[in-house]
Structure formats: C-alpha cells, structure tokens
Design a protein around this ligand. Structure first.
Ligand code: NAP
Length: 163
C-alpha cells in the first residue's frame, strides 16, 4: 500500500493573512493542499486563516516574512524547511503563489523615489529573489523556473507567475 503522507502536497501563499492571498490559501486547502501562508504585520489574522485551513482538514502554518527584505530570505527558507518537515510527506513545495504586495494610491506626479523603490522591492526584486531562494524546495522547481524565465522574456506580465 502506498504511503499516504507521500501524496500530500503543499502550497506557499505569501501575504495570506487577508485579501486575495487569504482566499487563495483557503481555495488551495479546499482543493486538497496543505498550506503555508505568510504575513508581514497581521499575525493574529494569519493564525485565524491557518485555523480555517485546519478546519478544512488540511495542515496549515503561518510564518512571518517581509518580501522587501531580501537579506531575511535565508532565515525564512530555514523556517519554511522546518515547517515542511513538520508537515511530513516529501517536505517539498508543490506551488508558490507570490501574492504579497501593496497598492500605491498616488499619481505619477505624487510618487516619490522612496515609494517607487518600495513597490519595486516588494513586487519585483522580492518576488524574483524569494523564488530563487526557494527553488530547491519546489518540486520540479528548476523546470518551472526555466519556463518562467522563457515566458517572462516574451510576456513580461507572466514573469511574476509561478505555479
Ligand atoms: N485587490 C486588487 O484589486 C488587486 C489588483 C491588482 C493587483 N493586486 C495585487 O494582489 C495582491 C493581493 O492584493 P490584496 O488586495 O489582497 O492585498 P491586501 O488585502 O492589502 O493584502 C496584502 C497582503 O500582503 C502582505 N504584505 C504586504 N506587504 C508585504 C511585505 N512587504 N512583505 C510581505 N507581505 C506583505 C500583507 O501582510 P499583512 O496583512 O500581515 O501586513 C497581506 O497579507 C497584492 O500584491 C496586490 O498588489 C490586487
């Protein structure tokens, strides 16, 4: 008989404490995935989402992460590895949803360099280097990344999408 823990699949959703990330995390759990979500400031909200996922019969965890802080990604990867091992199964990720982000409510005239840098750090630099850092944890990660880079050159809007 096959070991059922080997068939468990886990998705990481950044910014899963609220909004679209929360809905994505719950939808993933409803589809049968265990889910790790991240939060930046709203720990209690993230833990509530974890509890909702567990109520659906899936494993869940909420980890802190600031996706604008590339220097913190080593520590995050270590914490994530421990969490995946605690989940059991293959200790791999089967999906990465780079959702964490902010909205900038400013016109082009009123956008400062600091606001621009914050946006780029979260939505582009952080997404790129977090994905790079987690490649070894993603099942078939190298294959997916090749696809990401290839499609990104021709379709820039797809550069930020990782399945
Ligand atoms: N809603 C829309 O109409 C819309 C349209 C286009 C694109 N988007 C994009 O879709 C994503 C989700 O949007 P949403 O409306 O659901 O956002 P939201 O409700 O404001 O939630 C944002 C999530 O991202 C997290 N987050 C924010 N800054 C972060 C950082 N520096 N590092 C790590 N996590 C961070 C937040 O964590 P905490 O709550 O813990 O602080 C929260 O979990 C965003 O990237 C947004 O730009 C949204």
């Amino acid at each position: 008989m096959s070991d059922p823990t080997k068939t468990r699949k886990t998705v990481l959703v950044t910014g899963g404490s609220r909004g679209l990330g929360r809905h994505t995390a719950l939808a993933a759990a409803q589809s049968g995935f265990d889910v790790v979500i991240t939060y930046r400031s709203q720990r209690e909200a993230a833990e509530a989402v974890s509890s909702q996922i567990e109520a659906l019969g899936r494993k869940a965890a909420a980890l802190s992460l600031d996706t604008s802080d590339v220097a913190s990604f080593d520590d995050f990867a270590t914490r994530l590895k421990h969490q995946l091992r605690a989940f059991g199964g293959t200790a791999k990720l089967h999906g990465l949803v780079n959702n964490a982000g902010i909205g900038l409510d400013a016109s082009i005239e009123n956008t400062s360099e600091e606001m621009f840098d914050q946006l780029v750090n979260i939505h582009f630099k952080g997404v790129f280097f977090l994905t790079q850092k987690l490649l070894s944890l993603i099942e078939d990660g190298r294959k997916d990344c090749e696809h990401l880079q290839r499609s990104g050159t021709r379709h820039p809007s797809r550069l930020l999408r990782v399945r």
